[in-house]
Design a binder for this molecule. Structure first.
Ligand code: MSP
Length: 530
């Protein structure tokens, strides 16, 4: 299906293209869950969304890993790339494109782009001397390295000395243009702390960087000199462009670009900020192309307060986590508990506490006990109340009325934890409201209209919460919606993707009176502490 849609606003976003040196780790899952939540939110409000993810498959690191596994590099890449796609299924990630840098179509795009930059005079042959960290696929400055020329991001690996002829990209030609970009578009790099990092890096003066390798052939040949292989990062960033190609169109740069360039949002981790916020816009400027909308660099995850790593023996396997706890609980924890942009921690006991408190107790029980009361007092149908008749001083209506605007602003700012907090405020107020109003006593006193108003206000608040939480926990919220008598399925892109539905459902007071309700069933079963 073609992505081009003339009457709807489009929104395109990317995760990084993950290295296939190993199976996906929790860091890659983290970025991808965040990207999926943004994509789902934009779809929910009717935009035509293109979520791009994929794998970065060239370079020395991959080549060596394949060799050490006794596989040819392509076989190795195919195997690991399949592992990424399988995890995204499990985590309920609705991506639209999976871009692999070893694809035939990508080769054409890279060649064309390289030649544009070449024709613009920004590539020259020079001598590269320096320390190369294969794990980062990056030359490091002497002062960035730890003792023994070890890389600070990979302290158990030594950087390797290189002294060879490479082609260089004239990044220094873009010093002024990049500075102007950051000035004119203060939102280009987010959050502010990351922007400052980039500004001070650029202020120190930009140096040209090498974009080819010799003695390494796992990659595309340099179009003007096949003895050289294109540097993996130069090739990988272009994977975002290749992803835009409609499946049946010719792989030309023009075809890719007309489908949705520039990308609205690149989501990345803070370790690859320089590539996305400095090198990439300069490469695009050189090729005469517009730069992306914004680059957001999130923080790093630790486990039980410690840096994660294979050598430390404390990795967190996302497949195992999701098998044990289910996708929604994992998505919820990482997006609610960690402020996006800051570093954050995973501890299993904290995880269990949080999801039990928020999803099982506060939200799940609220729905369950309210539905049971409605069965008993109101014939299992939404009480016959019009939201206009509920006074605006009703505490739930008060919170509910401006809620979707506040939540939308949080999603736009990628402040997922703020969105969750706003929604939990309504959930907690609803629990309190029931306790205070005690519909069971009102019922005994024969005050049926009062009972109906209380229950309507609570059901409606659960509904609104579910709707606005659906980008984060799509399956639980679908269950909630179905128990409330709707047929909307938040995992069905075609059912939710229109702005009219959004206008209605994002407004407090939408629940139709007398709608038949489903059977109350717990939407989230409490987890046991391991
Ligand atoms: N292949 C490059 C990206 C090329 S994009 C054109 C790459 N791949 S990666 O697989 O090594 O990293 C992918 C992402 O995982 C990065 O955004 C990185 O920040 C993130 N993380 C790696 N470890 C992480 C944590 N411990 N915590 C959070 N995210 C981390 O870089």
């Amino acid at each position: 299906m073609s992505h081009t849609n003339t009457n709807r606003k489009t929104f395109s976003l990317t995760t990084p293209l993950y290295y296939v040196n190993d199976l996906p780790h929790i860091g890659s899952a983290y970025t991808t869950m965040a990207a999926d939540a943004v994509a789902r939110f934009e779809r929910l409000r009717g935009k035509s969304v293109l979520l791009i993810t994929g794998t970065d498959e060239h370079g020395q690191k991959i080549q060596r890993t394949a060799e050490s596994n006794g596989l040819n590099p392509q076989e190795h890449c195919d195997k690991i790339a399949a592992g990424f796609e399988a995890l995204w299924q499990k985590l309920n990630i609705q991506y639209d494109r999976f871009s692999r840098t070893t694809s035939f179509r990508h080769a054409g795009i890279v060649k064309e782009f390289f030649l544009r930059v070449w024709d613009n005079g920004d590539i020259y042959l020079g001598q590269q001397k320096g320390w190369y960290c294969v794990s980062c696929e990056e030359f490091k400055e002497e002062r960035e390295l730890l003792e023994g020329h070890r890389c600070s991001l990979h302290p158990n690996k030594e950087a390797e000395w290189r002294d060879e002829q490479n082609y260089f990209f004239a990044l220094s030609n873009y010093q002024n243009k990049l500075e102007a970009l950051y000035q004119e578009r203060p939102d280009f790099i987010q959050p502010a702390s990351r922007r400052n990092e980039v500004l001070s890096f650029v202020e120190r003066g930009l140096q040209d960087f090498s974009i080819s390798r010799v003695n390494m052939n796992w990659g595309f040949p340099v179009p003007v000199d096949p003895n050289h292989t294109i540097y993996v990062w130069f090739d990988a960033l272009l994977g975002y462009v290749t992803a835009l190609l409609d499946p049946d169109s010719e792989p030309t740069l023009e075809n890719a670009l007309k489908t949705g360039w520039p990308i609205n949002l690149h989501l990345i981790g803070k370790d690859i900020l320089r590539f996305h916020a400095v090198y990439w816009p300069a490469m695009l400027m050189s090729a005469g192309l517009p730069v992306p909308g914004r680059v957001f660099g999130h923080g790093f995850l630790t486990k039980d307060g410690q840096k994660m790593g294979k050598s430390l023996g404390n990795t967190l396997d996302p497949v195992e986590l999701v098998n044990r706890y289910g996708a929604d609980a994992i998505r919820y924890y990482f997006l609610k508990e960690i402020e996006f942009g800051k570093d954050g921690d995973f501890s299993e006991s904290r995880f269990v506490d949080i999801v039990n408190a928020d999803l099982a107790n506060d939200l799940g029980n609220l729905l369950n006990r309210t539905l049971k009361m409605v069965q008993k007092y109101c014939d299992a149908r939404v009480p016959n109340v019009r939201s206009e008749d509920i006074p605006s001083t009703n505490p739930l209506k008060e919170i509910g009325l401006g809620l979707s605007d506040r939540v939308a602003r949080s999603y736009e700012a990628l402040a997922f934890s703020d969105a969750c907090r706003e929604l939990l405020t309504l959930v907690r107020a609803s629990n309190k409201f029931i306790d205070e109003q005690a519909p069971w006593s009102l019922y005994k006193q024969g005050q049926l209209p009062a009972v109906e108003q209380v229950l309507y206000a609570v059901l409606e608040s659960v509904r609104l919460t579910a709707y606005l939480l659906s980008p984060i926990i799509p399956s639980i919220t679908t269950d909630i919606y179905q128990q409330l008598g709707f047929s909307l399925d938040f995992n069905d892109k075609t059912l939710i993707n229109d702005s009219v539905t959004y206008e209605t459902h994002a407004t407090w007071g939408t629940l139709p009176a007398q709608q038949n309700l489903g059977n109350p069933k717990p939407v989230f079963v409490r987890l046991e502490q391991a």
